[in-house]
Design a protein around this ligand. Structure first.
Ligand code: 7RM
Length: 643
């Protein structure tokens, strides 16, 4: 393996950072570990507005947790009202660009007014604290307005990503028990309107949904059912500007977000108010080192947790200017993102490795034709970032000046748990580095016993943290068995990891992605990472293929950069390459070339599908199958949002 590169934070960056050196980080970490209740209690007081103070910080009766009980707060108040009597009132809260090129800058004052009006719209439809609403919207400011209006009233929302089908939407509306669906006629994607309202119509045909509120975005034709369907602008025209934020219990259910589990049925991950608010707000400062003048852009869709925590709630609570972009990264050209960075002087960019690799693949001429000098910090989330992509991100996008924060977290964790602090933590490409203060992770075996440094194990979290999920909606037993009964006494992340000699965490991927070759436990991620280090490889996905002799064999699917090479030759070369990078035991038995890899809508490679391909005996020639997969992938990519 290549020697590990280490990138210490630059003195210039550290001097102004919230956490300016490793000593300060260690001190915070120690304080949090020694007295978590005092640590979180003080921060909750200083970072959030409270209608009524909390009486206890933490009530922990595994697997049930309550943070800041007795307190009353409101996340929309924290995101809006509390900024109004400050210079932030006139500051841009949401900076938005539509795919066709339309732009809006919504100030905190204006956003407060829009949210209040829309909250009055919901009130007029009879919604109140404890009710539930579905949000199925494109990436427009009104998506954030809808979320914040729900939060203002205590209506629990579930945002369903606009790329989900009507079937998936239906299942979520049903499980949530939503009375209202907030949607749009459609959104723009690669120059075409993507219909949303028609999917809603199909989804709710047999359901008991009282109201559908429809934003006009594309102007596409929609059918409006009298009495049930209403135009957003019609309802809003009659709504007043004043709608006080509801004082809500700390543990009031804020939102439910569905995520795929180990079975087919999606899990409704429930997050509540105060702990989530604190955790997202704090990480904006700790991890993104937010400053007043930053233009902050997280490229995730609001349909994913990253969009909840780091497009809407975290940035607005921290008083940031948060940029939202509606469309595809490659429309009209592969430089769309870089043109946005240049046009809006983006200073913090937060995106996914899969997006980075896709843009890397197009060549340096796209970023190189734009002025990216406004950038000062880069972030990565969603999967391990392979060192080659890290280096490209660092050099070609960040010009070697910008720290990269590789942030590990999950829908379930609510906010970032493991990440470098950019002014304090030396980065190692591919490692999420160290846990945030108050977060106690460990790498353990099946029995919960820590494995020695350097060895692989299960990543667990040993204490509750404020932003953690509270349950799985309608399925508390599954919540307990999935997260708290796998490993005694700890939260089970489902990820494998190892800790190096410096205590850095290296996430090795989902546990179910592990393969076993000749008794060697092998991380598919490790092989993939080796493959993408090869100069001709753009992306790689590795799965285990049943093998009579070795148990499993490594089967690699790769996509290439723009090259014209004989596949037989290159296959042999790549197998040799992996031998060289990791060892002969990791050498792929087979290398298959594809146009594209099948991805989930949030950009994660669907290894399960690839496993099916290599396992199924009905599949013979790989070419046709892979073309099918490329189609699957392209279909998904039409709605892909690189969460
Ligand atoms: C935020 C998000 C969670 C899973 C998680 C990991 C993987 C996320 C990283 C990462 C390595 C990272 N939520 N993951 N971030 N792996 N390094 N920085 O992605 O619920 O959709 O996915 O994603 O496997 O368990 S998620």
């Amino acid at each position: 393996m290549n020697a590990e590169a280490v990138y210490p934070p630059s003195a210039g960056f550290s001097r102004r950072a919230h956490v300016g050196d490793l000593e300060q980080y260690r001190d915070l970490y120690r304080r949090a570990e020694e007295n978590p209740e005092q640590f979180w209690g003080e921060l909750a007081q200083s970072e959030l507005f409270w209608f009524e103070p909390f009486s206890s910080v933490l009530e922990w009766h595994p697997p049930n947790v309550k943070w800041f009980t007795g307190g009353k707060t409101n996340l929309a108040y924290n995101c809006l009202d509390r900024h109004l009597n400050t210079p932030r009132a006139a500051k841009t809260a949401i900076l938005w660009e539509g795919e066709p090129g339309d732009q809006r800058a919504v100030s905190y004052q204006e956003l407060h007014r829009l949210v209040s009006r829309f909250a009055n719209v919901l009130k007029a439809r009879g919604l109140k604290a404890g009710d539930r609403a579905i949000i199925y919207m494109p990436m427009v400011p009104e998506a954030a307005v809808a979320m914040l209006a729900c939060a203002r009233l205590g209506v629990t929302h579930s945002v369903v990503f606009g790329g989900f089908s009507s079937e998936a939407l239906k299942a979520r509306i049903e499980d949530l028990g939503a009375r209202v669906v907030i949607t749009a006629d459609g959104g723009w994607r690669r120059g075409k309107p993507v219909a949303l309202k028609t999917a809603v119509d199909e989804a709710i045909q047999s359901l008991d949904v009282a109201d559908v509120i429809v934003l006009r975005r594309t102007g596409g034709a929609v059918r409006m059912k009298p009495g049930r369907d209403h135009w957003w602008h019609d309802l809003e025209a009659d709504a007043g500007d004043v709608c006080p934020a509801e004082p809500l219990d700390s543990e009031h259910p804020l939102f439910v977000l569905y995520t795929s589990g180990t079975t087919g049925k999606p899990k409704g991950i429930l997050h509540t108010t105060a702990g989530y608010a604190l955790h997202t707000t704090l990480t904006m400062k700790w991890v993104f080192d937010l400053r007043e003048e930053d233009v902050y852009w997280c490229t995730a869709d609001v349909g994913w947790v990253t969009g909840h925590s780091y497009v809407v709630y975290g940035p607005l609570s921290a008083g940031a200017t948060t940029l939202m972009y509606e469309g595809a990264p490659d429309y009209p050209g592969f430089d769309r993102w870089w043109s946005i960075v240049e046009r809006h002087r983006v200073s913090i960019l937060y995106t996914s490795p899969t997006a980075i690799r896709a843009l890397l693949r197009q060549g340096d001429q796209w970023p190189d034709s734009h002025d990216l000098a406004s950038l000062r910090l880069l972030g990565s989330v969603g999967e391990p970032i392979n060192p080659a992509a890290w280096e490209w991100y660092h050099r070609t996008i960040g010009k070697g000046r910008c720290p990269i924060v590789d942030t590990w977290w999950q829908t379930e964790t609510g906010a970032i748990l493991i990440s470098p602090l950019p002014g304090a933590t030396p980065a190692k490409p591919g490692s999420a580095t160290l846990p945030l203060p108050g977060v106690i992770p460990a790498v353990v075996d099946f029995h919960g016993k820590p494995v020695p440094r350097g060895e692989k194990g299960f990543l667990v979290i040993q204490r509750p943290w404020p932003g953690m999920l509270r349950t799985i909606l309608n399925d508390p037993a599954r919540y307990e068995s999935q997260y708290w009964q796998r490993i005694p006494g700890a939260y089970f992340t489902g990820d494998a990891a190892r800790q190096d000699e410096d205590g850095y965490f290296w996430i090795l991927g989902r546990v179910d992605d592990a393969i076993n070759v000749s008794g060697h436990r092998l991380s598919t991620m490790e092989v993939e990472s080796a493959l993408v280090r090869h100069p001709l490889v753009a992306e790689a996905a590795v799965v285990g293929k049943p093998d009579e002799i070795t148990g499993q064999a490594v089967c690699a699917f790769v996509t290439l950069k723009n090259v014209d090479r004989d596949h037989r030759d290159l296959g042999a070369e790549l197998r040799q390459w992996v031998t060289h990078e990791i060892g002969a035991f990791a050498r792929p038995a087979e290398v298959r070339f594809a146009d594209a890899l099948p991805k989930t809508r949030s950009g994660k490679i669907m290894r399960r599908l690839l496993r099916e391909i290599v396992t199924s005996h009905s599949v013979t020639g790989d070419v046709t199958t892979l073309e099918d997969m490329a189609v699957v992938s392209r279909l998904a990519a039409q709605h892909d949002d690189e969460a």
